[in-house]
Design a protein around this ligand. Structure first.
Ligand SMILES: C[S@@+](CC[C@H](N)C(=O)[O-])C[C@H]1O[C@@H](n2cnc3c(N)ncnc32)[C@H](O)[C@@H]1O
Length: 253
């Protein structure tokens, strides 16, 4: 983990302020979030999200939680992957991100079995009973929570035995030769695009700081294991280059 003090990074808010900072930040950029995601990843986040959903090994009729759902890309993909026969809960704590997601559809599809249920809540205190879900997916979410370990333990609690968690998040480059380019992108291009299109240089500078402070995929995998997950693994995306990574694990049973 690196904690650079580069002036182009936003200092990370301390734990007591982080929740409000993150919620207000996402509320402020909600209407432009999807556009910015496409610009900053040159559309690659769409491929990574599809891969995260494939890795979930979904079947019709499953109950799936999209944690830190934002505008609900992963929730919609999961729902489609189950041929619209399953239940997906999309949980977030930013009202504006959820409102933007609802506008894109999938609030409640009119056949009684087919539903995406938007739920307001904190990833570290999930409003669900133990062993509710067959699968949990979280996209670019763990980086933003106050305690990754608490969120993982909560996820473990709401997963049924045998259930799987897949996380997609930013990661440093796997091939170190890419590091200067990656750092330039994170510290200059992303905040610049954020200011130009998102109206919030601060929020996109925070993306660079929070990514730098986020555990590497290997470290995150170890944290999964500390929280009880088994059959864990990870993979950088794009392969051999990095910038993002998938990390997965299963609740034993
Ligand atoms: C970077 S966005 C990711 C959205 C979506 N998952 C995606 O992949 O495009 C992070 C989302 O996590 C939400 N979030 C951050 N911390 C949270 C928490 N503690 N509880 C619930 N949602 C949270 C934010 O409101 C935001 O919508």
């Amino acid at each position: 983990m690196s904690h650079s003090t580069s002036p182009s990074r936003h200092p990370l808010p301390d734990a007591s302020r982080k929740m409000d900072f993150v919620r207000q930040g996402f509320d402020a950029i909600a209407s432009r979030y999807d556009l910015l995601n496409d610009l900053m990843t040159v559309g690659l986040h769409r491929l990574w999200k599809r891969e995260a959903i494939r890795r979930l090994d979904l079947r019709e009729g499953m109950k799936v939680l999209d944690l830190c759902a934002g505008t609900g890309d992963l929730a919609r993909l999961a729902h489609a992957r189950m041929r619209h026969r399953g239940l997906v809960a999309a949980l977030d704590f930013s009202p504006n991100m959820m409102a933007a997601g609802r506008e894109r559809g999938g609030t409640c599809i009119p056949d009684g079995n087919d539903r995406i249920v938007w739920t307001s809540g904190d990833a570290c205190r999930l409003p669900f009973a133990d062993e509710t879900f067959d699968r949990v997916v979280v996209g670019f979410g763990l980086r933003n929570v106050v305690s990754i370990e608490t969120a993982l333990r909560e996820t473990f609690r709401v997963l049924r035995p045998g259930g799987m968690l897949v996380s997609l998040d930013t990661a440093g480059p796997e091939w170190k030769g890419w590091r200067p380019l990656y750092m330039f992108h994170m510290e200059h291009v992303v905040p610049f695009l954020g200011r130009l299109f998102g109206g919030s240089r601060e929020m996109y500078a925070y993306l660079a700081s929070s990514s730098a402070a986020f555990p590497s995929p290997g470290e995150l995998r170890t944290l999964f294991e500390t929280c009880g997950f088994v059959d864990t693994g990870y993979g950088f995306r794009p392969r051999f280059i990095g910038g993002a990574a998938l990390v997965w694990g299963r609740r034993p049973g």
